[in-house]
Ligand binder design. Structure first.
Ligand SMILES: [Ca+2]
Length: 513
């Protein structure tokens, strides 16, 4: 008995000592000492302890100035800021930045996704995550500036943008976190939209060990398809002088689309719940006589039809890439304006035809499609439906996409989701790890009149990863908070129960359409 209690006492002492050691090891290394950290292919360019409220963004340099000016950062806690350059190939020049709170770390790592062709680090995104307790990092994807000119005759930089910069970011961030705190992050997350959504899916497909959970917002995972779509809509708009749709008419088409499809979901609220069942043909507003501000000419009807139809192979009539959806019209200036969408066209200029002066009007939607995919599709797209390795290690993907997206065709998200179902053996094999939420009325990564585009992606994903609580539905609100709606796991849609306020999510159910 005595021996046992003595052993228990010693054990208690040991535990107490260990606890003390852990407490003192909240930070295992000084921030400055990280500048001598040796990591493969990596030069630590700065490691500086920043006092609470003392951070001021650089005026110049590739790190970029945070949006909103210096005062935005006045509420930041003390943190360790590490910047590094990674060169996994001779032509690589990947910059990264990692912010680690000095106290109050939530034991988690979150990497922030990029937008467009990026070429910069958004310190505001790092600050946003660190305020919540995360160690947060981001890469510039391996080049400077927002166009795709970096890719011209630089295949290694294409690989860096395609996937390597993000994978390196994950590896190096985890190593630096381990060195600073003396322990690995308990959970690692990816948080991205648009390009960032593509990056997240690419990670799940190629490097399943990097992240426990991935927020894949509005993924441009068929980047080649998006490029084709931009040229398709550009050609339609500028086929003849009369083909262009004046911006003043976007609202006219929008109203006609709503007249045709808003009420199909049982609630007339200016939002089309499910464009997949909306059969809107803009010929319904074709001018009876002379052109006027409230109707479309025959040439403009033809353009609008092409925007909705998506890219069609002129020979086989096959759908190559989906179009924009009814309800998106107010944002058409992005793709159907005076010039075609440059982010899309850049792919042809710098990856496919290697000519900055390439004329988008020369693209052939039959013979050039194969060349477009072949040029860099394997590197740039993230369409591989095989997510087995990611599912097997318990990884979760929360994907969302606005049905009124004006930039990345929403139909691509269900298309990819279905391809995963086909590959993995149906919904029962997928729903524990991957769910898609289409957001009615929402534009590119957010916004949209009347759309319930506001929901806490981080909490939803973390409950799924950490508490195994899968999102059956998401209660989202408008930015003003005056309306809530459930977002439903695709292919379910929100259906009004018939009683109570239509501005209250409680009066809707997620149902198979
Ligand atoms: Ca409606």
């Amino acid at each position: 008995m005595r021996k046992t209690s003595r052993a228990a006492f010693v054990k208690t002492l040991l535990i107490a000592a260990l606890a003390l050691m852990c407490a003192s090891a909240a930070v295992a290394a000084s921030c400055e000492s990280l500048s001598s950290l040796k990591l493969p292919d990596t030069a630590i360019t700065a490691a500086e302890a920043v006092a609470a409220g003392a951070f001021t963004p650089a005026e110049t340099g590739r790190g970029g100035k945070g949006k909103g000016g210096g005062n935005t950062y006045a509420d930041l806690p003390a943190f360790c800021r590490v910047t590094a350059t990674i060169k996994p190939s001779a032509d690589s020049d990947i910059r990264m930045e990692l912010w680690m709170p000095a106290t109050g770390w939530n034991n988690k790592f979150e990497a922030e996704g990029n937008g467009g062709w990026n070429g910069s680090i958004t310190q505001n995104a790092l600050a946003g995550a660190m305020r919540l307790g995360y160690a947060a990092s981001m890469t510039d994807t391996g080049h400077e500036g927002g166009s795709a000119s970096f890719a011209l005759n630089h295949p290694e930089k294409q690989v860096d943008f395609g996937y390597r910069a993000v994978h390196e970011l994950a590896l190096k961030s985890k190593a630096i976190i381990q060195a600073f705190y003396g322990q690995a992050p308990k959970y690692s997350y990816w948080n991205g939209c648009s390009s960032g959504g593509r990056q997240g899916l690419k990670e799940a497909q190629m490097f399943p060990g990097d992240f426990d959970g991935i927020i894949a917002g509005t993924p441009v995972n068929d980047l080649v398809g998006r490029a084709l779509g931009s040229v398709w809509m550009g050609q339609a708009t500028h086929e003849t002088e009369g083909s262009a749709i004046p911006a003043a008419k976007y609202a006219v088409i929008h109203k006609a689309a709503l007249d045709a499809c808003d009420a199909l979901d049982g609630v007339k609220d200016g939002v089309i719940e499910n464009p997949e069942v909306c059969k809107f043909d803009p010929v319904s507003i074709q001018c009876g006589g002379a052109d006027s501000n409230d109707c479309l000419t025959a040439a403009q009807v033809a353009t609008a039809r092409k925007v909705y139809s998506g890219v069609i192979n002129p020979r086989t009539k096959e759908l190559v890439f989906p179009g924009l959806e009814p309800g998106s019209e107010l944002g058409w200036g992005t793709q159907v304006g005076a010039n075609p969408f440059g982010v899309g066209v850049d792919y042809f200029r710098y990856f496919v035809f290697k000519n900055p002066d390439w004329d988008y009007k020369t693209l052939n939607f039959d013979s050039d499609v194969t060349a477009a995919v072949k040029a860099a599709g394997g590197v740039m797209n993230a369409m591989d439906p095989n997510l087995k390795a990611y599912f097997d290690r318990g990884g979760k993907i929360l994907q969302y996409h606005g049905w009124a997206d004006q930039q990345m065709s929403p139909g691509n998200s269900p298309k990819y989701y279905k391809s995963v179902l086909d590959k993995m053996g149906g919904a029962s094999k997928v729903m524990d790890n991957y769910r898609l939420f289409m957001v009615p009325g929402m534009g590119h990564c957010g916004g949209g009149a009347g759309a319930t585009d506001t929901f806490d992606k981080r909490s939803i994903l973390e409950q799924w990863v950490e508490q195994k609580k899968a999102p059956e539905k998401i209660v989202a609100s408008t930015a003003m908070g005056n309306k809530t709606r459930p977002l439903c796991p695709y292919p379910q849609v929100a259906v009004y129960n018939g009683n109570g306020s239509t501005d209250d999510a409680a009066n809707f159910s997620c149902k198979a359409k």
